[in-house]
Design a protein around this ligand. Structure first.
Ligand SMILES: *Cc1c(COP(=O)(O)O)cnc(C)c1O
Length: 352
């Protein structure tokens, strides 16, 4: 079967009709990769849902195909969002395809290079705010309530609807089975909300016989849900989750509590170790925020959380591609060694 994106595949579960003008870049259908390294370390079966392989390099595309298709159906001429980077990249691409004007508000100087390049090349109007993400979100909420421009942040319910298809895909890829545990980075908390909604719906329709325990991970410097307190000035190298007042805070807590799960925090050091481990041992390059899910299960494993769970399946969502943030990669490694154009010198350098 030819893949035509998540709306075509899962339309029975989505608020669309034959009249909906579907705007798709064939998002979804991302690989679920078995991790030998992590499975050995944790003594459970660990799979990586590599969402960095979506068309614009992050899971945001699942929600954006819905939000932009519905914006077109409703006759919108322009869309707007606040973004730590990936929402703007995705909105810009889908708006370009739909022929809609796209305005994005980003915290000045705080988004990764690749994401900024994407928003600009897709011809979005990029406004760099003297303020952080939470302030940018508050601004676009007010603007979209007063002017004829559609908000495409995850407060837009169609975003959550599209993103829940990640849960359907995981269950389908595991052979109509939900994993025992689902680990995921938490920023604005839309995605954990969406996955939990997806798992509940698949369970409700008897596609699967169980639901996973939800494990959400915030960065220590941006962990309002963990600390039960708004963080006025969040700070983490994982820019995609550098959020101090998540829009879906309550829904994330509900996902945690209904599933019997946890929302915990991981340090930037733990995030970077997981980031390097994924690249060096699994051959999977993600952006730092994505590594929070893996950092999180390594942390829980260190506290014996998965004791007696041998044979259980954990799925870690890897939310975005490593090429989004090339600066971070280059800061993490050594510079290439220079060699003269001489065979002996190259042989000497290789040191087999
Ligand atoms: C948006 C994003 C997140 C956070 O998702 P929320 O829905 O805001 O919790 C995590 N990682 C990456 C790469 C993202 O782009």
């Amino acid at each position: 079967m030819i893949w035509r994106g998540i709306i075509e595949r899962y339309k029975d579960y989505l608020p669309v009709s034959p009249k909906t003008p579907v705007v798709t870049l064939n998002e979804g259908n991302t690989p679920l990769i078995f991790s030998e390294t992590l499975s050995q370390r944790l003594d459970v079966l660990v799979y990586l849902k590599y969402e960095g392989l979506n068309p614009t390099g992050s899971f945001k595309d699942r929600g954006m195909t819905m939000a932009i298709s519905k914006a077109r159906e409703e006759g919108a001429k322009a869309v707007i969002c606040a973004s730590t980077g990936n929402t703007s990249a995705s909105a810009a691409a889908y708006a370009a395809k739909a022929g809609l004007k796209c305005v994005v508000l980003i915290p000045n100087g705080a988004i990764a290079l690749g994401k900024l390049g994407q928003a600009l090349i897709h011809n979005a109007q990029v406004l760099a705010l003297d303020g952080n993400f939470d302030e940018a979100l508050s601004m676009v909420k007010q603007i979209s309530s007063q002017y004829p421009v559609k908000l495409v942040n995850s407060l837009n319910p169609y975003r959550i609807e599209g993103q829940k298809t990640g849960a359907f895909e995981i269950c389908d890829q595991l052979g109509k089975k939900a994993p025992e545990f689902h680990a995921i980075p938490v920023g604005n908390a839309g995605n954990i909300t969406a996955y939990w909604k997806g798992y509940k719906e698949y369970f409700g329709k008897k596609e699967v016989a169980s639901k996973p325990v939800m494990l959400g991970f915030q960065a220590e410097g941006a962990a309002p849900i963990v600390n039960k307190k708004i963080v006025p000035e969040p700070k983490t190298i994982a820019t995609a989750i550098n959020i101090g007042n998540p829009a879906s805070w309550k829904a994330a807590e509900a996902a945690r509590d209904e599933s019997g799960g946890v929302i915990d925090s991981v340090t930037d050091g733990e995030i970077l170790s997981a980031y390097e481990l994924l690249a060096k041992k699994d051959g999977v390059f993600v952006e730092p925020a994505s590594a929070a899910s893996v950092a999180g299960i390594l942390k829980l494993s260190g506290q014996d959380y998965f004791k007696n769970k041998k044979g259980a399946t954990i799925v870690c969502v890897l939310t975005g591609h490593g090429l989004k943030d090339p600066d971070r990669a280059l800061q993490t490694v050594r510079e290439p060694q220079r060699v003269p154009a001489k065979l002996e010198a190259i042989w000497e350098a290789i040191k087999l």
